[in-house]
Ligand binder design. Structure first.
Ligand code: PMP
Length: 407
């Protein structure tokens, strides 16, 4: 892919012109949420200014236009993840809601002693819904371990796939470490035993090309807001045969075919899983975000971010007292680290003073922090619009942190 014209990209993101504490904003918290290009902000505003009406209901013109705009994004998402059928794309609030939907609806078939297999590097949103499903059903949660580099121990994973395993749920890319899991291989292992696989793609879709048919995953979850889109909307992809066989999760308007007090029948896919008025404006803006990413080119984005990660990793390795957490061979856009003598929150506070935004804390992955024996890490995470100069600004600010603490 030809290199990105990052200066041109940056001009599309109004917030990047901001100053913070009198310094130019260096936004390196993209794994928490990414910034939005003007076209996404405009799409949301245009929806409310010109199209706003409820969807799937009215015969009137605006309702039809709103429905068309909403449903057009379903086609855009279908193309983006290469789903076989548009009804396999379910709009939800985000990754968290997508996983809860599967854990509740698919999880309705779990029986005492059944097993759910996850990994030690999951976000809380891919742990807690399964723990709740275990509480409801008597199923048991199994956890595949990781090595000191933050890579999944694939042989252990395979060993934990048993004849009671009912589903595997794992991150495509780890939000705390950046590890890219060998999901194709893991899915093959699970399928060889007849076990369906849910991928948490929250940290993958902004950085790697996703083809759900090539992966052959059964479910794929992601949030718009980490993909340059708005908050409040995300996607659950599910294979039609699986979704069809699953009961609805939430009940309400739009998800029904016929309601009577004697009993209710449900709408077809995907509407069976879309109860209530959806985030119509959010969906429309997600469509704009995906088109922006596609026009920029995911391969070019990945190459650029990889160069930033290498540039950052080299400087991190050269910095006294800094310890990287997560050194997998296959990583995306995330640099997580600690200073053994300075708390991550103190690092984050001084970085903020220098205009550098990073995330500090447990990254909603407390069991993973425990695995690495740290309460928290500092996490710098990159997006298409970050520059080598910004990486250098991060390390200049980190040298400032050392000065403050070394006196
Ligand atoms: N999984 C991963 C790997 C994540 O990084 C996140 C967001 N930090 C989530 C799930 C949850 O996403 P959301 O809060 O948008 O539902």
């Amino acid at each position: 892919a030809p290199p990105l014209d990052v200066a041109r990209l940056r001009a599309d993101f109004p917030i990047l012109a901001r100053e913070v504490n009198g310094k130019p904003l260096v936004y390196l918290d993209n794994a928490a949420t990414s910034q939005k290009p003007r076209c996404v902000i405009d799409a949301q505003a245009h929806y409310y200014a010109q199209l706003n009406a409820n969807v799937h209901r009215g015969v009137h013109r605006l309702s039809q236009e709103a429905t068309d705009a909403f449903e057009a994004t379903r086609d855009t998402v279908q193309r983006f993840v290469n789903a076989a059928r548009r009804e396999e794309i379910v709009f939800v609030r985000g990754t968290t809601e997508a996983i809860n939907l599967v854990a509740n609806s698919f999880g309705g078939r779990f029986r005492p002693g059944d097993e759910i297999l996850i990994t030690a590097m999951e976000h809380h949103s891919n742990i807690v819904p399964w723990q709740l499903a275990c509480e409801r059903s008597g199923a048991v949660l199994k956890v595949a371990p990781v090595n000191d580099e933050g890579e999944l121990l694939v042989a252990e994973f395979e060993r934990l796939l048993g004849n009671r395993t009912r589903i595997v749920a794992l991150a495509h890319v780890s939000n705390a470490l950046g590890t890219i899991n060998p999901v194709r291989e893991l899915i093959d292992m699970a399928h060889a035993r007849g076990v369906p696989v849910l991928l948490d793609g929250a940290q993958a879709v902004p950085h790697v090309a996703v083809d759900v048919q090539a992966l052959d995953c059964d479910f794929y979850a992601f949030s718009a807001h980490k993909l340059y889109g708005p908050t409040g909307i995300g996607v659950l992809y599910g294979k039609a045969a699986l979704l069809d066989a699953m009961p609805p999760w939430q009940g309400g308007g739009d998800m029904i075919r016929q309601v009577s007090f004697a009993g209710t029948t449900y709408n077809e896919l995907p509407y069976k899983f879309e109860a209530g008025t959806p985030d119509i404006a959010g969906a429309v803006a997600l469509g704009a975000a995906i088109r922006y990413v596609e026009a920029t080119g995911i391969a070019a984005i990945a190459a650029h971010e990889h160069a930033l990660l290498e540039h950052a990793t080299r400087q991190a390795r050269a910095m006294p007292g800094l310890r990287l957490v997560g050194t997998a061979r296959n990583k995306a856009a995330i640099l997580s680290f600690v200073f053994d003598d300075i708390h991550a929150h103190d690092v984050g506070t001084i970085l903020d003073h220098e205009g550098v935004a990073v995330r500090t804390g447990h990254h909603c992955a407390m069991p993973l922090m425990e695995r690495f024996g740290v309460p928290a890490t500092v996490r710098a995470s990159f997006a298409m619009y970050n520059t080598h100069d910004e990486v250098d600004a991060l390390f200049a600010a980190l040298r400032r942190v050392r000065e403050v603490f070394d006196g």
